[in-house]
Design a protein around this ligand. Structure first.
Ligand SMILES: Cc1cc2nc3c(=O)[nH]c(=O)nc-3n(C[C@H](O)[C@H](O)[C@H](O)COP(=O)(O)OP(=O)(O)OC[C@H]3O[C@@H](n4cnc5c(N)ncnc54)[C@H](O)[C@@H]3O)c2cc1C
Length: 363
């Protein structure tokens, strides 16, 4: 069978690629290996345009937020489930300096409708320096979103549960052949697993381990709160508390260190004696050396693309970055140089060149 695209990976990124290809009526197939512990499967789904630590708009923050907000609202309409909801995020200030900085921003017209101050009392929270509010904040219910995408694609036989093996991909007359099917283009959305395949493993992808806790509590507030770590309401009296960030720990397990760190941070703003931990999870965020996404076309293998490296912001950035990749493919619109993988072309190594040379075959 002939297809226009083969997409590898159905995390947040691959799902967004699939939704945009489907909307533009492209013929494609999506393959996912079903790894139970991916970054997307543990992601809490918070989306906002602010870098909380610095109290600044994050890089292209407003532009990404406006695009993704409209994108997910459209998915809500299509799915007729609330996969995406708006929330208010409460930032518990850690110092007078932070409070002053926030107040300054609320008087700046750029931050109008984005940042404000919380004037109401929030029960049980210690907040001697006050509380700021991020007004422009939403949550994507990631597992439900992934489930919605996979069930609609499985129904139409677009999604196949299988582990993609790069060595089985072949190229003949500018067409990719994989397991009996023929494709014009391939898009890799394989997250940190990209480090294991010879197509894009020259890119400086850094797996950043994140752990979070599921807790039960009758004192945590019903809003999303952030004090360096966050607490996120799930169902009645159940909350997610996260996350840690580690580039050093690459082990596939949860750690006591992460649990202690999260509870210690939480203890700064709330009495933790009555909080019970019921579960702990981990995942590896695909981050990059310069902390910018990795989007674009392979430097040697034409029509082979990747969208990766979104770190802790795939939900915010992926909808617009995927759109920009498709504009690059169809309209030859140049990619933003900050995300274009051509900034790392010099890193390509002999293994990648050998792989590119081994793709061509004669039938
Ligand atoms: C604890 C934690 C909390 C987070 N919270 C947030 C948050 O609140 N907001 C936010 O925006 N981001 C958050 N993130 C980051 C977010 O999870 C990542 O940015 C995002 O998941 C990256 O998605 P991805 O699709 O690029 O990669 P992945 O999630 O890694 O998905 C890759 C997919 O490819 C598949 N795959 C890989 N190799 C193959 C192969 N060879 N064959 C077939 N399939 C393959 C895998 O099975 C997987 O499904 C969080 C991350 C962590 C760890």
């Amino acid at each position: 069978m002939n297809y226009e695209f083969l997409v590898i990976g159905q995390g947040i990124t691959g799902s967004i690629v699939a939704l945009q290809l489907k909307k533009s009526l492209k013929k494609f197939k999506l393959i996912d290996g079903g790894n139970p512990n991916t970054s997307s499967k543990v992601a809490t789904g918070i989306v906002h345009p602010i870098s909380l630590k610095r109290c600044n708009l994050s890089w292209r923050g407003k532009e990404f937020y406006e695009f993704s907000d409209a994108f997910y609202k459209e998915i809500n309409d299509e799915s007729s489930i609330d996969l995406y909801k708006s929330y208010k995020l409460l930032r518990i200030f850690a110092s007078f300096e932070e409070q002053n900085n926030w107040i300054g921003k609320t008087n700046n017209k750029i931050y109008k409708n984005i940042l404000s101050l919380c004037n109401k009392k929030v029960d049980n929270l210690q907040n001697m320096f006050g509380i700021g509010v991020v007004e422009l904040c939403s949550r994507l219910f990631v597992n439900e979103f992934l489930g919605f995408v996979s069930s609609s694609l499985l129904k139409s036989k677009i999604l196949k549960k299988d582990l993609f093996k790069a060595e089985n991909l072949k190229l003949k007359n500018n067409r990719f052949h994989y397991k009996g099917d023929v494709y014009s283009k391939v898009i890799m959305c394989d997250g940190v697993n990209a480090l294991k395949n010879p197509m894009f493993n020259y890119l400086p992808i850094i797996p950043n381990k994140g752990e979070l806790l599921k807790v039960s509590s009758n004192i945590l507030p019903p809003q999303i709160i952030n004090c360096g770590i966050f607490s996120l309401p799930e169902t009645k009296n159940i909350f997610t508390v996260g996350s840690t960030y580690s580039n050093d720990d690459q082990k596939n397990n949860v750690t006591i260190g992460a649990k202690e760190y999260l509870m210690k941070k939480l203890n700064k703003i709330i009495e933790i004696d009555s909080i019970n931990i019921t579960d702990q999870k981990f995942g590896f965020r695909p981050t990059s050396l310069d902390r910018k996404p990795l989007v674009g076309e392979h430097p040697i293998i034409k029509n082979l693309y990747t969208v990766n490296g979104m770190g802790s912001k795939a939900i915010l950035m992926a909808p617009l970055l995927v759109k920009e990749l498709l504009n690059y493919i169809y309209l030859k619109k140049p990619l933003n140089p900050m995300v274009n993988i051509n900034r790392y072309s010099k890193k390509i190594n002999y293994e990648n060149i050998d792989y590119a040379n081994s793709l061509e075959f004669s039938i």
